[in-house]
Every structure is written in C-alpha cells, then in structure tokens.
Design a protein around this ligand. Structure first.
Ligand code: PAF
Length: 279
C-alpha cells in the first residue's frame, strides 16, 4: 500500500489509473478505523478496480467547542488495517495541504445542512461538504462510500453530487453494530463503562420503535414518545433530538410510512452519539 500525502502526487496516480480505464472507489475517513469503515472498504473493493482511502481529521467540520484536538488518532494501526484489506493507496494529507494559507472557498447544501445534527452543530455540514468536494476533485472517484450511521451526511453529499453534476456515485452502506447493538463509531472510545451501557439506549429505542411499527403502529407521537421515554430513563443520557423525517428533504413527517428516516442524537455524558433507521 502506498501512503500519499501530497495532492499533486495523488492526482498523478489518478491520471495513470484513468488512462488505463480503471474505475476508482473512494472511502473518505477521519481515521481511527473500525469495522464500519472496513465494510465500506470491502464494498469499494468489490465494486471498483482501485480503492483509495483517505484519512484526514478535517478541522472545518468541528465547532470551536468540539473535539477536534482530542479526536482519536492512530495512524500506524489504521495503516496496518488497510494494508491487510489490500488497499492500493492511502491518502494522508495534513491540514496545510488541504487548506493552505489564504483558503477561502466553502460549499453549502442549504436547508439540509441546518436540520437534525445541523441545529446543534452549526457549520458542521459546510465543513463536511467542502472537504468531501475537495477530496472528490482530487481522487475523481467513480464510486464513493459512506455509512448509513451518518444518514444526514450521506443525504447531503448525495444532494451535493447531484446539484453540482459530479461524476461520482454516492453509495451508502448499512450501519455496522457492536454485538450488543451500539452503532460503531470512532467516538465510542470516549465512553466509560457506565456510559457505554447507557449508550445502548439509542439502538434499544430504535429496536422498540421497529417492533411497534412492524405491529402496525403508525402514529408518530406514540412511537417517538416511547423512544424518548426509554432514553430519558437513562440518567447519563440527554436527548439532543429524536425525529422522524422525509429521506429527501429531512422535513419532519406527520405519519410514519415506508422510507421514513427515524434519527436521533443523544449526549451520553459529554459524548454525542447518533443512530437511525429507515422504516
Ligand atoms: O464521516 C466522516 O468520517 C467525515 O465526515 C468525512 C466524510 C470523512 C469528511 O471529513
């Protein structure tokens, strides 16, 4: 596996692959890889001739009071995992490479970026859209892979690709969970043992909602209030939001139907966890 840190070096590798008509799969990450990331890598390897993975903890998607400085990082471990997966190229730029002095250009996906997580993380999706568009321009992938756990991110990036006529197919892969149901996330490492247990309330509340829906319940208020009750019973949990929204517009729905996205964000102590399901 080749580790490339400079944009021109990666662009010239991309030119070589394109000249040989090779398809490119791309998995952008912020590192501290887990099985969720590796499922994206495997999906890309199945679909494309060459797979590029990027590791870049993107400063522009963190708010001033968020965890940019403490975000978990372990390059050696990540590189070892990717090597084992047989990845061609790992792109590992630093912040100066991605945002050189005088950097001024940002991408915004209006409306969608302000809903759900966007309300408590202003500027977050502007940072995500900006870095992902830059990465797409550098890697020029045919396919890019994202996880359903970050459902709003995937919806925003799909919209960006459509609105800006990008030649990339945004593929969204299922949430990967720990054996006990906790959605995998690099931030799970912040959780102490009691917080880890309290964090299970997110997936538990979604499972319970699914059971009610499967049994024919369609009243939104009944489903959402049962979820809220279950999470509020955890002393370490503080609900940021629990919402049922339309998958395209992220507008709240009046009634649950097929394709409704039920998404939630909950603080467990200081750690903000997210989870979701599509009905
Ligand atoms: O999902 C992530 O890890 C990040 O938001 C992404 C897509 C790599 C952009 O920094």
């Amino acid at each position: 596996m080749k580790v490339i840190k400079s944009i021109p070096a990666l662009k010239s590798a991309v030119r070589r692959w394109k000249s040989k008509n090779k398809t490119i799969g791309f998995v952008p990450t912020m590192g501290y890889l887990h099985e969720g990331h590796l499922s994206l890598v495997r999906a890309s390897k199945k679909k494309a001739d060459v797979t590029v993975v990027s590791i870049f903890v993107n400063p522009t998607q963190f708010g001033p009071k968020e965890d940019f400085k403490t975000y978990p990082r372990d390059f050696e471990r990540d590189a070892g995992l990717l090597e084992k997966e047989g990845i061609a190229v790992l792109f590992y730029p630093d912040a100066e490479e991605m945002y050189p002095g005088g950097y001024k250009t940002y991408v915004e996906v209006h409306d969608l970026q302000d809903k759900l997580c966007g309300r408590s993380r202003p500027g977050h999706f502007r940072g995500v859209s900006t870095v992902v568009l830059k990465l797409f321009n550098i890697v020029r992938p045919d396919y890019a892979f994202f996880g359903q756990k970050d459902a709003q991110q995937a919806i925003i990036l799909r919209r960006m690709a459509r609105d800006l006529d990008l030649d990339v197919r945004v593929e969204v892969m299922p949430i990967v969970r720990e054996a006990d149901g906790l959605a995998m996330s690099s931030r799970n490492t912040y959780l102490g043992p009691d917080e880890r247990k309290a964090g299970l309330s997110l997936s538990r509340s979604l499972r319970q909602a699914k059971m009610r829906i499967d049994a024919g319940e369609r009243r939104l208020a009944v489903i959402l209030s049962a979820m809220k009750e279950m999470i509020a019973a955890e002393p370490l949990a503080r609900i940021d939001y629990i919402e049922a929204v339309d998958m395209d517009t992220l507008e709240p729905v009046k009634e649950i139907s097929e394709g409704t996205l039920i998404a939630l964000a909950v603080f467990i102590g200081k750690t903000r966890l997210i989870d979701n399901m599509i009905v």
